[in-house]
Design a protein around this ligand. Sequence first.
Ligand SMILES: [Ca+2]
Ligand SMILES: [Ca+2]
Length: 367
Amino acid sequence: MPVFTSLRFKRVYMPVFATLLATLFFVLASNDVSVPNTTLIELSISAAVETQPVGVGGDAADDAVIWLNPVDPSLSLVIATNKKNGLEVYDLQGNAIQSLPLGRLNNVDLRWSTLNGSENSAVVAASDRSERAIALFSIDNVSRHVRLAGRIHLDFKRPYGLCMYKSGSDIFVFINDKSGTYQQWQIQPDMISGKLVREFKVESTAEGCVVDDQTHTLYLAIEDAGVYAVDARPNGEVDRKIVDTVGAGRLKADVEGLAVYRDKDHQILMASSQGSDAFVAYNLEYPWTPVALISIVDGIVDGTSKTDGIAINSSPMGAFKKGVWVVQDDNNAWPWLNQNFKYVDMETMLDQIERARDSRKPNARRN
Ligand SMILES: [Ca+2]
Ligand SMILES: [Ca+2]
């Protein structure tokens, strides 16, 4: 190695090498070498179940909500929109068990209430573009039958995104039209009328939204801009806080479905980054630190792409011991079929996040 022993190396390269080494030490010393838990983790996971395809071709499957069966959790339901046909109801194995061909229902959500009397029953709301209304449904806790209960008609031209909020015994629906106007309706006990309690506007098209009832926070996704937090209470401020923006490196337009996961160890806000076929998981509290960038890849069933709506239920049900995450899939492959929904086991996903965190700790034990 003549170069290393030459006079030229000692005079010219050695000082450069020493400077580089010193710089490296300085950089390492000035940064925490251990990676904090807040560092974004990249995960690839596979869905455990997929639903039967929707009965209509093209872009039809859109949004979903999960109904926890209070009698037998293994008999819980996924209620999903076919935006060209109405509501589709699936069991936890993905079998289609009921279809409600009511027109162009776009988004769907659910809350438990005593609106119908003393019995605790679910109220399902869907944005109804055919009737320009909020369509309201009830579910029989024993037969699991989903039934149209009524509609609240709107002055919107094109009802679009929808999510629900429960505060005490009050049940609210947030619904927007494609121009970005949001209305907040309080559902009345007759399930056919509502009280408009608030209206506000965002600057461009927004669809996906979810409310974290525990913190009274409405999270909304403006498709080309990002995810924002707004006080969900009827008398709350309409000022928005930024959760994340398109261009910050994690979300790629359109930003679509949002969902919330809560158990004693994990509190997550999930967002669909449709433009990158991915999802971003955030801590469910200010300043909503991003936790993981997630792709749902081919496994037992095909992976998901260009996802619109998502839904999460944090309760154990059937094979899903820590709840289930339902994801719309734009391109249902193997073979190519109409669109459908994929079910991701939250326990598997949370385990993967924990393992990725552990492996990044400087003294991680590798099994
Ligand atoms: Ca797919
Ligand atoms: Ca498939």
